[in-house]
Structures are given as C-alpha cells and as structure tokens.
Design a protein around this ligand. Sequence first.
Ligand SMILES: [Zn+2]
Length: 341
Amino acid sequence: MRLRFISGVGVVAVAAIVAGCGSEPVAQVKDTKAEAAAKLQKTKAAKVAAAAKAKANELGQIPVLMWHRIVDKPATTDDRTPAQFRADLERLVKDGYVPVTAAEMVTGKIDIPAGKHPVVLTFDDSSPSQLTLDGTGTPQPGTAVAILQEVAAKNPGFRPVATFYVTRDMFGKTNRDEQAQMLLWLKNNGFDIGNHTRDHHNLRGRTHQQVEEQIGGIGKEIGALSQVKPVTIALPYGNQPNKKEWAARGNGYKHAGVFLAGYTPAPSPFSRSFDPLGIPRIRAMDKKGDCAQFCSTAWLDWLKGNPDMRYTSDGDVATVAYPKFKAPFLRKAFKTYALPY
Ligand SMILES: [Zn+2]
C-alpha cells in the first residue's frame, strides 16, 4: 500500500517529463520538471504541516488489548461481562482510538485519520461468547462481535475490526460445515483470523516437530475451511518455543508477527524497538489487584497522561511521521517513508 503510493508519485512525475520530451521544446521540458519538483516540495511541506498539526507520532506505542470470554458470570480473571466489554470499547472511543487488526499493525498498514491512535483488539481461544450466529447468520446479542458492531455503529469512525486467535475449539463448533461458517463470517465481515495453535499447549520445552504440528495443524485447518492464511499468531500463555523463530515460520505457515500475553503496550512497527517475534499485549481488565499497573485501564490511563509516548497518526498511510527528536528510534527499513517535523 505504502510502496504503491510512493512509486505512484514517481510515475506521475516521470510521465509528465516523458510526454514533454516527445512533443515540446526543451525549455518547456525544463519548466515541467521544475514545476513537478516544486509541486512535490509543496506537497511535502503540506504533509509536514499536517503532521505537526496532528501532533503525529508514528513511532509511539500501540495498545494491543487481549480478551478471552465475554460472559455474564465471570469465572476466571480473564473473563469480562458484556457490560464491562462495552465500557472497555466506549473508553477507547472517548480516548480517540481507532481499531486496526493485528495483521494491519504488523505490516504497517495503519490507515486511520489524523490525530487518532491505533488500538488492536484481540480475542483468544475462539469461544462461543465471542461469536455465535443465530438462524439468520446474525451475531447473537451479547457476544463480543455483536457488542463491537453496536459500539461502532453508534460511533462513526470506530472501525468494527478485531483479530480472533483460533484453536481447534472453533467457537464451540465440531461440525466442519459449521466451523467453516464461523470463519467465513469473520472473513467476510472484515475480521482478522489469527493462529493460536491447535490444542493450546504450552510450547515451551516442546520439540521442533511438536511445535510445527501445533501451529501448522491449525494453520492448515483454517486455510482449508476459509482460505485464510493467518498473518499473525498469539502464543498460548504467551510462552515462546525453545527457538522463537519456530513460531514465525515452519511447515505450512509463515507469520509476520508473533504476539505474547503480557504486559505492556507494543512498540510501533516503524520503531527500532519493534520485535516481530515477540509483540506484547495487554489484558483487558480494571485497575485492581494484580491489574493495578499492567492491565488495560492502567495502561490506557498512562498513555493518556503521556501523549508523547503514544502512537498518533498523521492521517497519511504513505508516511511515517514523528517529531524530529524521535529520529533515532526510526527503523532503518522505513527511512524512505520518514516524515520528521
Ligand atoms: Zn489462549
């Protein structure tokens, strides 16, 4: 996306010059060339001004929030009630966040309006409380997907997108037709499907072959049912295999990002601190007990209080905009797209 846009500008300029060469006097060609350069300069100046106005910081941190079950009667410290989940989302709206998927984040396609902050919504373990369809193929009220769609409908601009990390549990469906229906519903409604391993085993200490079977097994199953190749994986319990590369690449799978379970906001994919093999997430939970500091309410408060640490978009997916003094944190690979101000 970004590449195509950048080269597009080049193509326009070259086309203007080539057209000039064929049919017009040399002076005219020079003018056209100078005009094109001036126009590019002007565009850049306008982009810098826009980035400064938005206080863009595309090297800032991104909260990747993690939910498990959304149930009326929480049974574990991971569960949220439908009302709590709705409040979680409403807080994100109020704080100026716009959801992007895990796949979009790790590939740098963070296409949100100027001044807004990306957030990644992730759901682990593919339970029926996240997605259950009624007889007409509509998400049942009270499920995570239904609540997310309701909040998005009431708040234009809040994209109803999320990443579902799937195991063989497949939203409680055991029949292959029904499993396919669930995955295809997600795919056809703009949701992202990620790998959470077949049996949800702790991968630490397992052989390379066992790790490949666990990850490749569900990866192939997701592909067979929905023709989706997961772009990212979330590791069960956040535990990396003995060699962390095993989670990213193996027989039948290739992931652009590997997500952990805790306990901090994630570095921007354009930042030097970004490690695609170990991207932290944050448990969605109130500021109490063991969540006093390291779960979502605490971190969202911190990001709000430290705006210079938070990712803020300049509204242009083709650039990586940031205040000049942050330049040392830019990943070399993104130098071409840099827009310091
Ligand atoms: Zn899990």
